[in-house]
Design a binder for this molecule. Structure first.
Ligand SMILES: [Zn+2]
Length: 124
């Protein structure tokens, strides 16, 4: 789902999409000359591998997302929640994809390994 940056006004523009079983629902609101605020809710799960036992399991991705989108290059590193769309087109699929990849690339333990952790640590 792609939305032209200039088409977003002061009144919230709702959106709703799904990428690989993960849905993102929310609104886009113009918040400044080169800024659009995204407020949304992620819902769904993605398959990840446990870093301890290798077991594949569904990781629940349900979460609130708050981002600032900009159609110009951001020079400051102050706000890490800014996503740049230099071509002036907001690609919502890209946002969901990046959320999924950041989950896949982080460290996880499956339920049974998580429950195991306490005992595991006590032994040392
Ligand atoms: Zn595990």
């Amino acid at each position: 789902m792609r939305i032209v940056f200039d088409k977003i006004g002061q009144s919230p523009k709702p959106f709703d999409l799904e990428v690989n079983g993960v849905a993102l629902q929310g609104v886009l609101i113009k918040s400044g000359y080169h800024r659009v605020r995204l407020e949304g809710e992620l819902k769904g799960a993605t398959e990840v591998a446990c870093d301890r036992c290798g077991e594949l399991y569904q990781y629940d991705m349900s979460d609130s997302l708050r981002f600032t989108l900009s159609d110009e290059v951001i020079e400051t590193e102050d706000d890490l929640d800014i996503i740049e769309f230099i071509d002036g087109v907001i690609d919502l699929e890209f946002i969901v994809q990046s959320e999924i990849s950041s989950i896949k690339n982080s460290y996880h333990n499956c339920k049974s390994c998580e429950d195991d952790t306490e005992e595991f640590e006590k032994e040392f």
